[in-house]
Design a protein around this ligand. Structure first.
Ligand SMILES: C[S@@+](CC[C@H](N)C(=O)[O-])C[C@H]1O[C@@H](n2cnc3c(N)ncnc32)[C@H](O)[C@@H]1O
Length: 272
């Protein structure tokens, strides 16, 4: 790992996951309609998506008549997204330092991006800067285990029980900060936003096989995978076995369902 920062590790991780991340997009795509609905009629609106990954949210917004730009720092994600959604303009760029002028967009959207940023407050300030007065910012992040997030409760609980958490990993921001109502309000107020609202999106993760609980870590996460990769072989094998066995509690007929709610927050840039 050497001297890599959290941001370097996230960047390397997402560069490698452009194709395999699709393993989890049937789950993350459940946030698309609620996020777009938070804008009402988006026809002819000028939207910026931050951290689009494979671009399904932007693609849907464009199909509904919005003019959409999107910025992701992983060039492989940008290329993957652009090949699927030619009507969207995908750019390689940094959420914390957007290459757009002030007061440009009617809306800024970000699905499951803020929790991956080294400096999320900068990204919120950048979203504020590029929005027109009266423009709206909507983000979604995973809800915490104590907010009903059974998926991360199961994954992290199993890793903590069978693994070693005393690892020498680079410091990273708290994963669930922006799902916490008070902390979200404080960060948005700090950036200048007003009138924010929180809602829960009742997402469900569906697995076909018990081993999907292991696969999802390797295919679709960076921070969680880092923790599993850093284990000894025997601890890693114990984590895999416990995840596979633990899936039985989530069996529904021939498949598995785990509550994976998201917290969606919408805020407005004041008119003056
Ligand atoms: C978990 S994926 C989310 C993808 C998609 N929005 C979704 O809903 O499934 C996180 C994305 O954030 C991008 N990302 C992380 N840090 C970033 C940064 N500083 N600037 C731009 N994109 C970033 C990653 O490259 C990755 O595509």
């Amino acid at each position: 790992m050497g001297d890599k920062t959290f941001k370097d590790i996230e960047h390397d991780g997402w560069l490698e996951r452009a194709a395999s991340y699709e393993f989890i997009t049937p789950t993350t795509n459940q946030a698309i309609d609620p996020i777009l609905d938070s804008f009402g009629d988006i026809r002819d609106k000028y939207l910026l998506e931050v951290a689009p990954g494979p671009g399904h949210l932007s693609g849907r917004a464009a199909s509904l008549g919005a003019r959409v730009e999107a910025v992701d720092f992983a060039i492989t994600m940008v290329e993957h997204a652009q090949s699927q959604y030619p009507d969207v303009r995908f750019h390689e760029g940094d959420a914390e330092n957007l290459d757009f002028g002030n007061n440009q967009f009617d809306g800024v959207i970000c699905a499951f991006g803020l929790l991956h940023l080294a400096q999320p407050d900068r990204a919120i300030a950048e979203a504020f800067r590029v929005l027109k007065p009266g423009g709206r910012y909507t983000y979604a992040v995973w809800s915490a285990p104590d907010q009903g997030g059974d998926f991360f409760g199961f994954l992290m609980g199993t890793i903590q029980e069978h693994g070693d958490m005393d690892l020498n990993l680079p410091a990273a921001p708290p994963f669930f900060r922006f799902a916490d109502p008070e902390q979200a309000a404080s960060a948005l107020n700090q950036a200048g936003f007003e009138e924010h609202q929180l809602a829960t999106i009742p997402i469900v993760w569906r697995g076909q096989r018990p081993s999907d609980a292991v696969e999802v870590i390797y295919k679709a996460t960076v921070r969680t995978r880092l923790i599993v990769d850093a284990q000894t072989d025997s601890k890693r094998e114990a984590i895999h076995a416990a995840l596979i066995a633990g899936m039985e509690q989530f069996r529904v007929d021939d498949h598995f369902e785990i509550a994976f709610p998201a917290t969606m927050v919408t805020a407005t840039k004041p008119l003056t």
